[in-house]
Design a protein around this ligand. Structure first.
Ligand code: C2E
Ligand code: MG
Ligand code: MG
Ligand code: MG
Length: 276
């Protein structure tokens, strides 16, 4: 059998490969045009203080409203952006969009809380990446205290020297820094001090496992972070039980579908006004 279908197998394999390649290629081509076609949209997800139950921050999560495929999630197009140089343009777009949003909410008297922006590790490889962010912030005249960068452990490890001076400069200006997906990489706790991390985000997978082993990993992260004066937020909170345990363990903030899904500007505005 193998003998007779050998050729066909090869054909199938090669067609699948081509299709995948073609799809990536088309996505990249479309993403390039998405900027001036205004297809990128910012969604926001609130972060709540565990004790006061108030909204104390927002996370900006980008979506792509593709003219043909509809809403595409970042898990699908961020890798495409990272493989091409579009990630630089995308990061600038998101940073600018968030700064403009803050200014608009400021003007309309909507409750102002810090907004965090996810930054891909690759962005930090750009020369003078900190100047780029600094310039946008200055041009729009946004209070740096209202901005937070969400970085991942791999950003800290790759290209450390290039990264540290920029991050410390922005921190001095008032921007906050949180370590996203904490516990999934290899970062040493020493990094929390070295990079002056304000908040660690417990990764969703630890939140999911919270009820197993009495949440030993989550508790461990919370206690160590507090020992170092670093706040802790848990992401992916989907149940009341998880919320109860997290507040019992002293986790400072929570974020997840239980409290609110990421939503567009107008929905968030209503939520923020309600809390004002
Ligand atoms: P992340 O920064 O860890 O963001 C959290 C992701 O978990 C978001 O998915 C959010 O919608 C989702 N989430 C929040 N609460 C829950 C929950 O209770 N249950 C479940 N199952 N999921 C929840 P999203 O928006 O699809 O983003 C995925 C990832 O894409 C983000 O992970 C982030 O790494 C990246 N990303 C998003 N926006 C941007 C951006 O503007 N720039 C860059 N470079 N990356 C971004
Ligand atoms: Mg994040
Ligand atoms: Mg995360
Ligand atoms: Mg995550």
């Amino acid at each position: 059998r193998a003998k007779s279908t050998g050729k066909n197998n090869y054909k199938i394999y090669s067609t699948t490969m081509n299709r995948k390649f073609l799809k990536q290629y088309n996505l990249e081509k479309d993403l390039r045009k998405a900027f001036h076609k205004n297809e990128l949209v910012m969604y926001y997800q609130p972060k709540f203080n565990t004790q006061s139950k108030k909204i104390v921050g927002l996370e900006a999560l980008v979506r792509w409203n593709h003219y043909q495929h509809g809403l595409i999630l970042p898990g699908e197009f961020i890798p495409v952006a990272e493989e091409s140089n579009l990630i630089f343009k995308l990061t600038e777009w998101t940073f600018r969009a968030v700064c403009n949003q803050i200014k608009q909410w400021e003007k309309n008297n909507v409750l102002l809380v810090p907004i965090s922006i996810n930054i891909s590790p690759k962005f930090f490889l750009k020369n003078h990446w900190d100047d780029t962010l600094h310039q946008i912030m200055n041009e729009i005249k946004v209070n740096p205290n209202l901005l937070e960068l969400e970085i991942t452990e791999s950003s800290l490890i790759q290209n450390e020297e290039h990264f540290i001076s920029g991050i410390l400069r922005l921190k001095k200006e008032g921007i906050k820094v949180s370590l996203d997906d904490f516990g999934t990489g290899y970062s040493s706790l020493l990094y929390l001090q070295k990079f002056q991390i304000d908040t660690v985000k417990i990764d969703q997978r630890f939140t999911k496992k919270l009820l197993e082993n009495h949440g030993s990993i989550a508790r461990y992260i919370i206690n160590l972070a507090h020992e170092l004066n670093v706040d802790v937020i848990a992401e992916g909170v989907e149940s009341e039980e998880q919320l109860t345990f997290l507040s019992l363990y002293g986790c400072n903030q929570v974020q997840g579908f239980l409290l609110s899904k990421p939503a567009p500007e107008k929905v968030m505005e209503k939520l923020l006004v309600l809390y004002n």
